[in-house]
Design a protein around this ligand. Structure first.
Ligand SMILES: Cc1ncc(COP(=O)(O)OP(=O)(O)O)c(N)n1
Ligand SMILES: Cc1ncsc1CCOP(=O)(O)O
Ligand SMILES: [Mg+2]
Length: 524
């Protein structure tokens, strides 16, 4: 089975365009095959997988292992399909349809599990995502005890990732008690020893926690994902959807860690959208995996208008500094772009509106021709007037939800956050990224509270949005920021390190090559 590196290579494979005999360009879409049970209520199982993969732009084929009768009250019946017919479905799809990633859900018998293992040996795929469905979120047992041995001894050693909930993790580990976050860390490592390349232990059922906590272990590092719990009864199908989204992101070419993060983001968005939905009268309702198609607010805000990698080296201008060194904004911006800045923010606190707009229009041309996004600090009016790529606002500026209304779905919005509550709000309100700082003391922004590397780390770990670090960052300390290696931290934003310097070009080049060296060494 594929390692993360192999999964990355599927990108080239999946988006490959070939010229057919008739000269038309053909495209092979990323393809996930789900091997799972049918849920008559359509909240989980095959139905959830099809909706989730489709929403993420991935073709999804399906091999049905069992038909279940279930609703919001629980599971009323399970009818496993004959093994030979599961085998026939697997052969039909795998022999012909160029599957990139297989995702497994309910495997109702050891026989069906073995049929799957044999098929995967005969038709290898790029990655295998195993959701070890044994106990549904409603508490119903969906797999017999002999299947448990099959998971442990036969399927997990083939898996690129396995995603047990607490009950499933406990079952895989012979009934181990899992009651704390420390227990989850321990369980992730023990399950890793059963053979999968990565483990995600989902802590949705962990008692006494206001946060939803998941533990991801890749054999070297444990990552803790901690987000405030969304209060809703509609959680039926979260496990199936999460695993399908991981599979879909892998099929599109993501690394494993990014696939898990994107999948979590998708599920949280769906839960948030569906939290008040009423379907059925039982204790646990389904949520809507098609939410992105239904509400503009959930569709485009985090769409393709923004590439988080553009936060890598974020240059923020300062009128006073540039004046001190005898240059104008436009020359300063050009030098920063030539030196490798990947996004520009015009932060011209003292400029008159007319001057600011004139400079913004000139910078827009330079940025556009270099494919570098241009953002405006604070001034939504200037951004609209010069058709900038977006705006950066702080906690006491115009609220993100209002900025979004004014700018529409296709502009970038960044917001400064120091606390986890602010970060959560930023996501709900439709921001694209978070500026987090001051990481170190700075004299560029008066009375700014310094949160330190620990504050940055905590915010990045909790954030659902990409983060850029800001405040007192320069050549001498940029390494200590980027080497934190925390999820979501995408780059550094700097003012004085570039603009309170004699040569903006040299300083930007220098910082850019330092960041490149750091990312090369942290990826090695
Ligand atoms: C990338 C980035 N992060 C944070 C800030 C600070 O914005 P704000 O809190 O609104 O403070 P001012 O810049 O307006 O003084 C930023 N500008 N850019
Ligand atoms: C705008 C801003 N927001 C938080 S710290 C800061 C100033 C960053 O400037 P410098 O990079 O010169 O420390
Ligand atoms: Mg501001």
């Amino acid at each position: 089975m594929a390692t993360v590196k192999n999964a990355l290579s599927t990108r080239t494979f999946s988006v490959l365009a070939t010229v057919g005999n008739n000269g038309n360009c053909k495209r092979k879409p990323p393809h996930v095959l789900t091997v799972a049970g049918s849920d008559s209520g359509a909240g989980a199982g095959i139905q959830a997988d099809l909706k989730a993969c489709g929403s993420l732009g991935v073709y999804c084929s399906s091999v049905v292992t069992a038909v279940t009768a279930q609703n919001t009250v629980g599971v009323q019946g399970v009818h496993p399909l004959p093994e030979h017919f599961v085998a026939a479905q697997l052969r039909s799809v795998l022999s012909d349809m160029e599957v990139d990633v297989v995702k497994t859900g309910m495997l109702p018998s050891i026989g069906i599990l073995r049929v799957l293992c044999e098929s995967l040996k005969e038709f290898p795929v790029q990655a295998l995502v195993v959701d070890p469905v044994m106990v549904s979120t409603s508490g119903d047992v969906l797999a017999g005890t002999s299947t448990l041995d099959g998971f442990r001894d036969e399927l997990l050693p083939m898996a690129d990732i396995v995603t047990p909930n607490l009950k499933e993790a406990a079952a895989l580990l012979g009934g181990l008690r899992l009651e704390t976050v420390a227990d989850m860390h321990h369980a992730a490592r023990c399950i890793y020893n059963l053979g999968p390349k990565n483990v995600l232990v989902k802590g949705g059922d962990l008692p006494d926690t206001s946060d939803a906590i998941d533990i991801f272990f890749d054999g070297k590092q444990c990552h803790e994902f901690r987000v405030p719990r969304i209060k809703t009864r509609n959680t039926h199908g979260t496990g199936c959807t999460l695993a399908s989204c991981i599979a879909a992101e892998l099929a599109k070419g993501s690394s494993m860690l990014l696939a898990v993060q994107e999948a979590k983001r998708f599920v949280e968005g769906a839960l948030l959208y569906s939290r008040d939905m009423v379907i059925g009268s039982g204790p646990q309702g389904p949520f809507d995996q098609l939410y992105k198609f239904k509400d503009q607010a959930f569709t485009s805000y985090r769409g393709e208008h923004f590439d988080p990698n553009s936060l890598f080296l974020y240059a923020v201008t300062d009128w006073r500094m540039n004046k001190k060194w005898g240059r104008g904004i436009v020359d300063a911006v050009k030098a920063a772009i030539d030196g490798g800045a990947t996004i520009i923010q015009l932060r011209e606190k003292e400029a008159k509106t007319g001057d600011f707009l004139g400079a913004a229009e000139a910078c827009k041309k330079i940025c556009q021709s270099n494919h570098v996004p241009l953002l405006i600090n604070d001034r939504v009016d200037i951004a609209l007037a010069c058709d900038a790529d977006g705006v950066h606002v702080g906690q006491s500026d115009m609220p993100v939800s209002k900025v979004r209304k004014l700018l529409g779905p296709n502009k970038i919005i960044g917001v400064s956050c120091k606390t986890l509550e602010q970060a959560e709000r930023a996501w709900v309100d439709g921001a694209d990224y978070i500026g987090c700082g001051g990481v170190f003391p700075t004299s560029t922004k008066e009375n700014n509270i310094t949160i330190g590397l620990d504050g940055l780390k905590a915010l990045c770990s909790a954030s659902k949005l990409p983060v850029v670090a800001i405040g007192g960052i320069k050549k001498g300390n940029a390494g200590s920021v980027m080497e934190l290696g925390v999820p979501n931290l995408k780059g550094i934003a700097v003012v004085s390190a570039l603009f309170d310097q004699q040569c903006v070009l040299t300083e930007t080049r220098c910082l850019h090559s330092l960041l490149m060296d750091i990312s090369a060494s942290t990826m090695a």
